[in-house]
Design a protein around this ligand. Structure first.
Ligand code: NDP
Ligand code: GDP
Length: 329
Protein backbone atom coordinates (compact mmCIF):
# COMPACT_ATOMS: atom_id res chain seq x y z
CA UNK A 1 0.00 0.00 0.00
CA UNK A 2 1.18 3.53 -0.74
CA UNK A 3 2.59 5.18 2.36
CA UNK A 4 1.40 8.68 3.23
CA UNK A 5 3.48 11.39 4.86
CA UNK A 6 2.69 14.87 6.20
CA UNK A 7 5.62 17.31 6.30
CA UNK A 8 5.43 20.62 8.15
CA UNK A 9 8.03 23.16 7.00
CA UNK A 10 7.89 21.74 3.47
CA UNK A 11 8.82 25.12 1.94
CA UNK A 12 12.09 25.18 3.91
CA UNK A 13 15.46 23.62 3.17
CA UNK A 14 14.92 20.22 4.81
CA UNK A 15 11.25 19.97 3.83
CA UNK A 16 12.14 20.16 0.15
CA UNK A 17 14.86 17.49 0.34
CA UNK A 18 12.65 15.23 2.46
CA UNK A 19 9.75 15.60 0.02
CA UNK A 20 12.07 14.56 -2.84
CA UNK A 21 13.31 11.55 -0.83
CA UNK A 22 9.81 10.36 0.09
CA UNK A 23 8.52 10.83 -3.47
CA UNK A 24 11.44 8.73 -4.74
CA UNK A 25 10.30 6.00 -2.34
CA UNK A 26 6.75 6.09 -3.71
CA UNK A 27 5.10 8.01 -0.84
CA UNK A 28 2.08 10.24 -1.25
CA UNK A 29 3.43 13.51 0.18
CA UNK A 30 1.38 16.23 1.86
CA UNK A 31 2.89 19.50 3.05
CA UNK A 32 1.60 22.03 5.55
CA UNK A 33 2.00 25.54 4.21
CA UNK A 34 1.33 28.87 5.87
CA UNK A 35 -0.60 31.42 3.92
CA UNK A 36 1.79 34.18 2.76
CA UNK A 37 0.93 37.31 0.78
CA UNK A 38 3.11 36.06 -2.08
CA UNK A 39 3.52 32.28 -2.42
CA UNK A 40 7.11 31.30 -1.51
CA UNK A 41 7.83 28.20 -3.56
CA UNK A 42 11.53 28.58 -4.38
CA UNK A 43 12.50 25.22 -2.84
CA UNK A 44 9.45 23.18 -3.88
CA UNK A 45 8.26 24.80 -7.10
CA UNK A 46 9.68 21.86 -9.07
CA UNK A 47 7.53 19.45 -6.99
CA UNK A 48 4.24 21.31 -7.21
CA UNK A 49 2.51 18.70 -9.36
CA UNK A 50 3.67 15.80 -7.18
CA UNK A 51 2.82 17.00 -3.67
CA UNK A 52 -0.37 18.21 -2.04
CA UNK A 53 -0.19 21.39 0.00
CA UNK A 54 -2.57 21.96 2.90
CA UNK A 55 -2.95 25.41 4.41
CA UNK A 56 -2.20 25.61 8.13
CA UNK A 57 -0.01 27.02 10.86
CA UNK A 58 1.77 25.41 13.80
CA UNK A 59 0.13 28.01 16.04
CA UNK A 60 -3.40 26.94 15.05
CA UNK A 61 -4.35 23.55 16.50
CA UNK A 62 -7.57 23.32 14.46
CA UNK A 63 -5.65 23.77 11.20
CA UNK A 64 -3.24 21.00 12.25
CA UNK A 65 -6.10 18.62 13.08
CA UNK A 66 -7.56 19.37 9.68
CA UNK A 67 -4.20 18.73 7.99
CA UNK A 68 -3.75 15.40 9.79
CA UNK A 69 -7.29 14.43 8.95
CA UNK A 70 -6.96 15.28 5.21
CA UNK A 71 -3.53 13.67 4.82
CA UNK A 72 -4.32 10.61 6.97
CA UNK A 73 -0.54 10.08 7.36
CA UNK A 74 1.49 7.03 8.26
CA UNK A 75 4.37 9.37 9.07
CA UNK A 76 4.44 12.98 10.27
CA UNK A 77 7.64 15.02 10.03
CA UNK A 78 7.63 18.23 12.07
CA UNK A 79 10.23 20.39 10.36
CA UNK A 80 8.45 23.74 10.76
CA UNK A 81 9.99 26.26 13.15
CA UNK A 82 11.31 29.79 13.50
CA UNK A 83 14.74 28.33 12.77
CA UNK A 84 17.20 31.25 12.79
CA UNK A 85 19.04 31.65 16.10
CA UNK A 86 19.78 35.38 15.69
CA UNK A 87 16.08 36.16 15.06
CA UNK A 88 15.16 34.31 18.25
CA UNK A 89 16.53 37.24 20.32
CA UNK A 90 14.51 39.72 18.25
CA UNK A 91 11.32 37.59 18.36
CA UNK A 92 11.65 35.43 21.49
CA UNK A 93 7.91 35.01 22.06
CA UNK A 94 7.11 34.08 18.45
CA UNK A 95 10.06 31.65 18.54
CA UNK A 96 8.76 30.03 21.73
CA UNK A 97 5.31 29.72 20.19
CA UNK A 98 6.32 28.19 16.83
CA UNK A 99 9.52 26.31 17.72
CA UNK A 100 8.36 25.20 21.18
CA UNK A 101 4.59 25.20 21.63
CA UNK A 102 4.02 24.36 17.97
CA UNK A 103 5.39 20.89 18.69
CA UNK A 104 2.71 20.27 21.32
CA UNK A 105 0.05 21.54 18.95
CA UNK A 106 1.12 19.06 16.29
CA UNK A 107 1.53 16.19 18.76
CA UNK A 108 -1.99 16.90 20.05
CA UNK A 109 -3.37 16.96 16.50
CA UNK A 110 -1.75 13.59 15.83
CA UNK A 111 -2.82 12.10 19.19
CA UNK A 112 -6.44 13.18 18.69
CA UNK A 113 -6.71 12.42 14.98
CA UNK A 114 -4.27 9.64 14.03
CA UNK A 115 -2.39 8.42 17.15
CA UNK A 116 -0.79 5.47 15.36
CA UNK A 117 1.06 7.76 12.91
CA UNK A 118 4.82 7.85 13.41
CA UNK A 119 6.16 11.27 14.44
CA UNK A 120 9.53 12.93 13.79
CA UNK A 121 10.60 16.07 15.67
CA UNK A 122 13.37 18.26 14.26
CA UNK A 123 15.48 18.77 17.36
CA UNK A 124 18.78 20.62 17.23
CA UNK A 125 22.38 20.58 18.39
CA UNK A 126 21.66 24.14 19.59
CA UNK A 127 20.13 22.40 22.63
CA UNK A 128 23.71 21.55 23.75
CA UNK A 129 24.64 25.26 23.58
CA UNK A 130 27.35 25.92 26.17
CA UNK A 131 28.43 22.34 25.83
CA UNK A 132 28.79 20.22 28.96
CA UNK A 133 30.78 17.47 27.17
CA UNK A 134 32.61 17.02 23.85
CA UNK A 135 31.70 15.38 21.58
CA UNK A 136 27.95 15.73 22.19
CA UNK A 137 25.77 12.62 22.09
CA UNK A 138 22.21 11.58 22.98
CA UNK A 139 22.99 11.48 26.73
CA UNK A 140 24.84 14.82 26.92
CA UNK A 141 22.86 17.27 29.10
CA UNK A 142 21.39 20.35 27.42
CA UNK A 143 22.48 23.96 28.11
CA UNK A 144 20.77 26.11 25.45
CA UNK A 145 22.22 29.57 24.75
CA UNK A 146 19.43 31.29 22.79
CA UNK A 147 15.64 31.58 22.88
CA UNK A 148 15.72 29.21 19.87
CA UNK A 149 17.75 26.62 21.79
CA UNK A 150 15.44 26.91 24.80
CA UNK A 151 12.36 26.39 22.60
CA UNK A 152 13.98 23.34 20.95
CA UNK A 153 14.68 21.80 24.37
CA UNK A 154 10.96 22.10 25.13
CA UNK A 155 10.11 20.54 21.74
CA UNK A 156 12.50 17.67 22.42
CA UNK A 157 11.13 16.84 25.85
CA UNK A 158 7.47 17.14 24.87
CA UNK A 159 8.17 14.62 22.08
CA UNK A 160 9.79 12.23 24.57
CA UNK A 161 6.88 12.84 26.93
CA UNK A 162 4.22 11.96 24.33
CA UNK A 163 6.13 8.76 23.56
CA UNK A 164 6.20 7.83 27.24
CA UNK A 165 2.70 9.10 28.16
CA UNK A 166 0.71 7.78 25.20
CA UNK A 167 3.02 5.15 23.77
CA UNK A 168 3.16 7.13 20.52
CA UNK A 169 5.91 6.34 18.01
CA UNK A 170 7.58 9.72 18.46
CA UNK A 171 11.28 10.29 17.69
CA UNK A 172 13.53 13.27 18.20
CA UNK A 173 16.37 13.71 15.72
CA UNK A 174 19.09 15.86 17.27
CA UNK A 175 20.58 17.18 14.06
CA UNK A 176 23.78 19.21 13.91
CA UNK A 177 24.00 22.07 11.38
CA UNK A 178 23.22 20.97 7.84
CA UNK A 179 23.37 23.15 4.80
CA UNK A 180 22.81 23.16 1.04
CA UNK A 181 22.22 25.55 -1.85
CA UNK A 182 18.63 25.79 -0.47
CA UNK A 183 19.77 27.08 2.95
CA UNK A 184 18.20 30.37 4.08
CA UNK A 185 20.35 33.32 2.98
CA UNK A 186 20.99 34.59 6.55
CA UNK A 187 22.71 31.42 7.81
CA UNK A 188 26.48 31.71 7.82
CA UNK A 189 27.27 29.11 5.12
CA UNK A 190 24.84 30.56 2.60
CA UNK A 191 25.69 34.15 3.53
CA UNK A 192 29.30 33.30 2.70
CA UNK A 193 28.60 31.34 -0.50
CA UNK A 194 26.30 34.08 -1.80
CA UNK A 195 28.79 36.85 -0.94
CA UNK A 196 31.75 34.99 -2.49
CA UNK A 197 29.78 34.59 -5.72
CA UNK A 198 28.81 38.28 -5.74
CA UNK A 199 32.37 39.42 -5.00
CA UNK A 200 33.74 37.15 -7.72
CA UNK A 201 31.22 38.60 -10.19
CA UNK A 202 32.02 42.18 -9.18
CA UNK A 203 28.64 42.86 -7.53
CA UNK A 204 29.92 43.30 -3.95
CA UNK A 205 33.19 44.47 -2.41
CA UNK A 206 33.14 43.21 1.19
CA UNK A 207 31.53 40.66 3.51
CA UNK A 208 30.57 41.77 7.03
CA UNK A 209 30.50 38.97 9.58
CA UNK A 210 30.36 38.22 13.30
CA UNK A 211 32.40 35.73 15.35
CA UNK A 212 34.86 33.86 13.11
CA UNK A 213 36.13 31.60 15.89
CA UNK A 214 32.93 29.61 16.55
CA UNK A 215 33.09 25.97 15.52
CA UNK A 216 30.32 23.96 13.91
CA UNK A 217 29.77 20.37 12.79
CA UNK A 218 28.37 20.98 9.29
CA UNK A 219 26.84 18.36 7.00
CA UNK A 220 24.77 18.29 3.79
CA UNK A 221 20.97 18.53 4.22
CA UNK A 222 20.39 15.90 1.50
CA UNK A 223 22.25 13.35 3.64
CA UNK A 224 20.44 14.35 6.85
CA UNK A 225 16.86 13.87 5.61
CA UNK A 226 17.74 10.20 4.98
CA UNK A 227 18.39 9.87 8.72
CA UNK A 228 14.95 11.35 9.50
CA UNK A 229 13.28 8.73 7.36
CA UNK A 230 15.39 5.89 8.80
CA UNK A 231 14.36 6.86 12.36
CA UNK A 232 10.70 6.30 11.49
CA UNK A 233 11.42 2.86 9.92
CA UNK A 234 12.80 1.32 13.14
CA UNK A 235 10.94 -1.21 15.35
CA UNK A 236 11.10 1.14 18.32
CA UNK A 237 10.91 4.93 18.57
CA UNK A 238 14.14 6.48 19.82
CA UNK A 239 16.25 9.65 19.68
CA UNK A 240 19.41 10.01 17.59
CA UNK A 241 22.25 12.48 17.12
CA UNK A 242 22.99 13.11 13.43
CA UNK A 243 26.31 14.78 12.66
CA UNK A 244 29.55 14.41 10.72
CA UNK A 245 31.78 14.05 13.82
CA UNK A 246 34.04 16.82 12.42
CA UNK A 247 34.17 20.43 13.50
CA UNK A 248 35.41 23.52 11.63
CA UNK A 249 35.70 27.22 12.45
CA UNK A 250 33.79 29.92 10.57
CA UNK A 251 37.23 31.14 9.44
CA UNK A 252 37.92 27.76 7.79
CA UNK A 253 34.53 27.98 6.05
CA UNK A 254 35.34 31.46 4.73
CA UNK A 255 38.83 30.38 3.66
CA UNK A 256 37.58 27.36 1.64
CA UNK A 257 34.83 29.42 -0.02
CA UNK A 258 37.07 32.31 -1.12
CA UNK A 259 39.97 30.04 -2.12
CA UNK A 260 37.57 28.06 -4.32
CA UNK A 261 37.15 31.13 -6.58
CA UNK A 262 40.82 32.15 -6.37
CA UNK A 263 40.41 34.95 -3.80
CA UNK A 264 41.93 35.61 -0.35
CA UNK A 265 39.22 36.06 2.31
CA UNK A 266 41.39 38.51 4.30
CA UNK A 267 40.96 41.05 1.50
CA UNK A 268 37.17 41.06 1.84
CA UNK A 269 35.91 39.95 5.28
CA UNK A 270 35.20 42.66 7.87
CA UNK A 271 34.17 41.78 11.43
CA UNK A 272 31.07 43.76 12.35
CA UNK A 273 29.72 43.76 15.93
CA UNK A 274 26.15 43.80 14.57
CA UNK A 275 26.56 40.12 13.71
CA UNK A 276 28.03 39.10 17.08
CA UNK A 277 25.37 37.39 19.22
CA UNK A 278 24.37 38.19 22.83
CA UNK A 279 25.37 34.64 23.82
CA UNK A 280 27.39 32.33 21.58
CA UNK A 281 27.58 28.59 21.06
CA UNK A 282 31.36 28.25 20.74
CA UNK A 283 31.78 24.63 19.75
CA UNK A 284 29.57 21.90 18.36
CA UNK A 285 30.87 18.43 17.57
CA UNK A 286 28.47 15.51 17.37
CA UNK A 287 29.05 11.86 18.14
CA UNK A 288 26.72 10.03 15.73
CA UNK A 289 27.91 6.50 16.52
CA UNK A 290 24.43 5.42 17.70
CA UNK A 291 22.92 6.42 14.33
CA UNK A 292 25.74 4.67 12.51
CA UNK A 293 25.23 1.47 14.45
CA UNK A 294 21.40 1.34 14.71
CA UNK A 295 20.28 3.15 11.54
CA UNK A 296 23.25 2.29 9.34
CA UNK A 297 23.40 6.02 8.53
CA UNK A 298 26.52 7.83 7.36
CA UNK A 299 27.11 11.21 5.71
CA UNK A 300 28.23 11.15 2.08
CA UNK A 301 29.18 14.77 1.38
CA UNK A 302 32.29 16.18 3.11
CA UNK A 303 32.57 19.71 4.51
CA UNK A 304 34.82 20.86 1.68
CA UNK A 305 32.52 19.38 -0.99
CA UNK A 306 29.56 21.09 0.69
CA UNK A 307 31.15 24.55 0.70
CA UNK A 308 32.25 24.24 -2.93
CA UNK A 309 28.79 22.95 -3.95
CA UNK A 310 27.17 26.03 -2.33
CA UNK A 311 29.59 28.53 -3.91
CA UNK A 312 29.17 26.91 -7.35
CA UNK A 313 25.40 26.98 -6.99
CA UNK A 314 25.33 30.68 -6.02
CA UNK A 315 27.67 31.54 -8.90
CA UNK A 316 25.34 29.74 -11.32
CA UNK A 317 22.22 31.31 -9.81
CA UNK A 318 23.56 34.88 -9.95
CA UNK A 319 24.95 34.38 -13.45
CA UNK A 320 21.57 33.07 -14.59
CA UNK A 321 19.83 36.12 -13.12
CA UNK A 322 22.34 38.46 -14.75
CA UNK A 323 21.70 36.83 -18.13
CA UNK A 324 17.92 37.11 -17.63
CA UNK A 325 18.32 40.76 -16.63
CA UNK A 326 16.85 40.14 -13.15
CA UNK A 327 17.81 42.97 -10.77
CA UNK A 328 20.30 41.57 -8.22
CA UNK A 329 19.54 43.02 -4.76
P1 NDP B 1 13.90 26.49 7.32
O1 NDP B 1 13.99 27.78 8.07
O2 NDP B 1 14.49 26.39 5.95
O3 NDP B 1 12.36 26.07 7.20
C1 NDP B 1 11.46 26.32 8.25
C2 NDP B 1 10.07 25.99 7.77
O4 NDP B 1 9.15 26.19 8.85
C3 NDP B 1 9.56 26.83 6.59
O5 NDP B 1 8.88 25.99 5.71
C4 NDP B 1 8.59 27.79 7.27
O6 NDP B 1 7.58 28.22 6.42
C5 NDP B 1 8.02 26.87 8.33
N1 NDP B 1 7.34 27.58 9.43
C6 NDP B 1 7.87 28.51 10.25
N2 NDP B 1 6.94 28.89 11.15
C7 NDP B 1 5.81 28.19 10.88
C8 NDP B 1 4.51 28.16 11.45
N3 NDP B 1 4.19 28.93 12.48
N4 NDP B 1 3.61 27.31 10.91
C9 NDP B 1 3.91 26.53 9.85
N5 NDP B 1 5.12 26.54 9.26
C10 NDP B 1 6.06 27.35 9.77
O7 NDP B 1 14.54 25.36 8.28
P2 NDP B 1 15.36 24.03 7.89
O8 NDP B 1 14.69 23.36 6.76
O9 NDP B 1 16.79 24.37 7.83
O10 NDP B 1 15.18 23.18 9.22
C11 NDP B 1 14.07 22.29 9.40
C12 NDP B 1 13.87 22.05 10.88
O11 NDP B 1 15.05 21.47 11.45
C13 NDP B 1 13.60 23.30 11.69
O12 NDP B 1 12.72 22.95 12.74
C14 NDP B 1 14.96 23.67 12.27
O13 NDP B 1 14.84 24.43 13.45
C15 NDP B 1 15.51 22.27 12.52
N6 NDP B 1 16.95 22.17 12.52
C16 NDP B 1 17.66 22.62 11.45
C17 NDP B 1 19.03 22.49 11.42
C18 NDP B 1 19.81 22.95 10.24
O14 NDP B 1 21.04 23.02 10.35
N7 NDP B 1 19.18 23.23 9.10
C19 NDP B 1 19.76 21.87 12.54
C20 NDP B 1 18.89 21.32 13.57
C21 NDP B 1 17.55 21.49 13.55
P3 NDP B 1 7.68 29.60 5.56
O15 NDP B 1 8.33 29.22 4.26
O16 NDP B 1 6.26 29.99 5.44
O17 NDP B 1 8.51 30.56 6.36
P1 GDP C 1 23.41 28.35 14.02
O1 GDP C 1 24.50 27.44 14.43
O2 GDP C 1 22.08 27.69 13.91
O3 GDP C 1 23.34 29.60 14.82
O4 GDP C 1 23.74 28.72 12.47
P2 GDP C 1 24.30 30.05 11.77
O5 GDP C 1 24.73 29.64 10.42
O6 GDP C 1 23.32 31.17 11.87
O7 GDP C 1 25.58 30.46 12.65
C1 GDP C 1 26.66 29.59 12.82
C2 GDP C 1 27.78 30.31 13.54
O8 GDP C 1 28.32 31.32 12.68
C3 GDP C 1 27.40 31.03 14.85
O9 GDP C 1 28.39 30.76 15.81
C4 GDP C 1 27.44 32.51 14.47
O10 GDP C 1 27.78 33.37 15.55
C5 GDP C 1 28.58 32.49 13.46
N1 GDP C 1 28.60 33.66 12.58
C6 GDP C 1 29.64 34.51 12.40
N2 GDP C 1 29.32 35.48 11.56
C7 GDP C 1 28.04 35.26 11.18
C8 GDP C 1 27.15 35.95 10.30
O11 GDP C 1 27.46 36.97 9.72
N3 GDP C 1 25.89 35.38 10.16
C9 GDP C 1 25.52 34.25 10.81
N4 GDP C 1 24.30 33.74 10.60
N5 GDP C 1 26.34 33.60 11.65
C10 GDP C 1 27.59 34.10 11.83
Amino acid sequence: MTKRALITGITGQDGSYLAELLLSKGYKVFGLRRRTSIPIMDNIGHLKNEIELIEGDLLDLGSLMRAVSISDPDEVYNLAAQSFVATSWVQPVATAQATGMGVTNLLEAVRLTKPEARFYQASSSEMFGKVLATPQKETTPFYPRSPYGVAKVYGHWITVNYRESYNMFACSGILFNHESPRRGIEFVTRKVSDAVARIKLGLQTELRMGNLDAKRDWGFAGDYVKAMWLMLQQDKADDFVISTAETHTIEELVDIAFTHVGLDWKDYVVVDQRFVRPAEVDLLLGDCSKAKEKLGWEREVTFEQLVKMMVDSDLALINENLIKGVKIV
